[in-house]
Design a protein around this ligand. Sequence first.
Ligand code: HEM
Length: 222
Amino acid sequence: MSATRSARASAPVSPMAWVQRKWLTLVAHTLALTPLLLLVTWYFRDDLGADPINTINNMTGRAAIILLAFSLAATPIYIATGWSKPITVRRALGLYAFLYALLHFANFIGLDYALDLNAILQDALLSKPYIIVGLGALLILLALALTSTKASMRRLGRNWLRLHRLVYLAGALAALHFYWQAKAAARLDPLIYAAILTALLVVRIPPIRHALVRTRQRLATR
Ligand code: HEM
């Protein structure tokens, strides 16, 4: 670290300046932890509803998919608006999405199926294809979480970027899982999610990305 940078790093920061710099981090962590806090509160108040396993399943599944979408939105927001702050919380949001996906999976195998591996195989994996799709999304999120450190970034070099592009596949598999498990009358939410995910992907297509950046720069110089 240079002398100027280390002096800047050790200079006292006023609470107001800290909040101004970190407000999005605070908002992101608060929002991401809210579903977990709600579940814990409901558990201790015995307020998880008539079907607690279903409540946990829905809350963790929705939290995972929404946080994954927020994490995927950081770069498109930067491309479209030039606002780079969301990129600073992208990794944390992705890790929270993985945490909820893991809780969702643990609820399924631990509480719903009481770790009965035979029933999980026969009744779920072999007869409900949406479970296999969900498992695919979970495994990708696991690989990304395990390689999310700076040390992994250095070790994997260019392959890190290739691996982390799989986050889009995880998003698409999660969308398919969400759609597939829903009853016909409840498919609006999964379709909205799929439309948002498609829009986030479209923004990244090079000609569209370049057109957006050029428009943004032209508007900024007016
Ligand atoms: C092995 C991994 C997974 C398993 C076993 C699994 C299992 C399930 C099950 C059993 C349901 C409920 C189906 C029903 O009510 O009939 C469900 C719903 C759902 N899952 Fe998963 N899932 C997995 C991975 C994921 C992942 C990775 C995500 C998101 C990133 C996800 C998001 C959702 C969502 C959003 C719902 C709908 C919740 C609602 O109706 O409110 N799941 N999942």
